[in-house]
Design a protein around this ligand. Structure first.
Ligand SMILES: NC(=O)c1ccc[n+]([C@@H]2O[C@H](COP(=O)([O-])OP(=O)(O)OC[C@H]3O[C@@H](n4cnc5c(N)ncnc54)[C@H](OP(=O)(O)O)[C@@H]3O)[C@@H](O)[C@H]2O)c1
Length: 341
């Protein structure tokens, strides 16, 4: 049995972590919840009872074996060292540690072997968009050698936390019933101001998900995460990746249109057969975020030849950014660490 801590327990990902730990009957001997000072002292349900939320910054983590973190990158940077110093292994959902060569970046079905060495006591969970793609890309790469990936993402607002969800909900509510204006003159509508996103997200698509990386590339951090994390997880340091990350008015479920170039020929029929046997993946004729949300697998379909790339394949996929994209994979990593998978 394992003493577990959850940092960011009051957030969307934290809420799902609590749910997934229960659903999967993770062998919890005791549990503690942590968040910011704003929610310290409030109570969260666990196993028919209540657990008081502690201030993550001032708490002692002594006695915990595994701490699942989803309190954002700043919190992880500040606290992970303290937590591991007190004896726990950290499974971190933020971007803080993902590219550290001493921190394994793990998708449970794809590279569990990376957990054989955890030098800093920290394991990183990939970005939610990267996560959706990995169970599909890994077996295709194993067969034909992935060389190029051109991607467009369609990312849900819950990827930007509860604040992102509220922003879409408020804008939808304010504009509800105005079908005529939305059709012919949307600019006449008074949208609540955009804060989490670069433009109104209701009835729109915003071709800037995340924030500009600020390195002169004009790419966003989300775009760079997909490139860098795919290279690290798949073990292809020179994988060529061109990506545009787009925020769409979907509450949960990130989707990707992928155009892949391989070293060896790989036709749609064989790719479909390979994907059909891959763990964590389900074939669907029309893979949508609505089909994926609430489930544990990446849904994938529209698999066809890409006419523009050498040995090219085009496909579309979607996955639940909060479950597999964050909470579920973190719990699966914890299961691998404690040896129950
Ligand atoms: N949403 C996704 O799809 C997704 C996917 C992968 C990874 N992640 C990672 O998970 C994090 C949380 O995402 P979310 O969607 O759950 O966001 P959220 O709903 O906005 O929740 C944020 C959580 O972080 C806590 N927090 C904020 N500042 C803190 C601090 N200084 N110290 C301790 N805890 C703090 C919040 O506590 P209070 O309630 O006290 O404010 C809350 O529990 C993201 O920042 C990201 O790093 C998210």
């Amino acid at each position: 049995m394992v003493a577990v801590g959850v940092v960011g327990a009051t957030g969307q990902v934290g809420e799902l972590m609590r749910k997934v730990l229960t659903e999967r009957r993770f062998p919890v001997s005791s549990i503690r919840f942590f968040a910011s000072p704003r929610s310290a002292g409030t109570e969260l349900e666990w196993d028919g009872g209540k657990v008081v939320v502690e201030d993550a910054a001032t708490a002692s983590y002594n006695g915990l074996a595994i701490v699942l973190m989803s309190g954002g990158a700043q919190t992880s940077r500040e606290l992970a060292g303290k937590i591991t110093g007190e004896g726990a292994i950290v499974v971190d959902n933020s971007s803080a540690w993902r590219m550290d060569p001493e921190v394994p970046l793990v998708v449970s079905e794809v590279n569990p072997e990376a957990l054989t060495s955890i030098p800093k006591g920290i394991v990183a969970n990939p970005n939610c968009t990267t996560m959706v793609a990995m169970p599909v890309l890994a077996p295709l790469h194993a067969r034909a050698g992935l060389e190029k990936m051109v991607a467009a993402t369609y990312q849900a607002v819950s990827g930007a936390g509860r604040a992102g969800v509220s922003e879409l909900a408020d804008q939808l509510e304010t504009t509800a019933g105005h079908t005529e204006e939305l059709t012919f003159n949307p600019a006449s509508l008074d949208y609540p101001p955009a804060a989490e996103f670069a433009a109104p997200i209701a009835h729109n698509v915003v071709p800037l998900a995340g924030k500009l990386a600020g390195d002169g590339s004009l790419e966003t951090d989300e775009e760079q995460k997909l490139r860098n994390e795919s290279r690290k997880i798949l073990g292809i340091p020179d994988l060529a990746v061109s990506v545009t990350c787009v925020r769409v008015p979907v509450f949960t479920g990130h989707s990707l249109a992928l155009h892949l170039g391989f070293a060896e020929a790989l036709g749609p029929e064989e790719a479909t057969s390979i994907i059909s046997q891959a763990p964590g993946v389900r074939l669907e004729e029309i893979p949508t975020p609505l089909l994926a949300a609430g489930g544990d697998v990446t849904v994938v379909g529209r698999i066809r030849r890409d006419q523009a790339l050498r040995n090219g394949l085009a496909l579309f996929l979607a996955g639940d950014n909060l479950r597999k994209g964050a909470a579920l994979n973190a719990v699966q990593i914890a299961e691998l660490i404690v040896g129950i998978r």
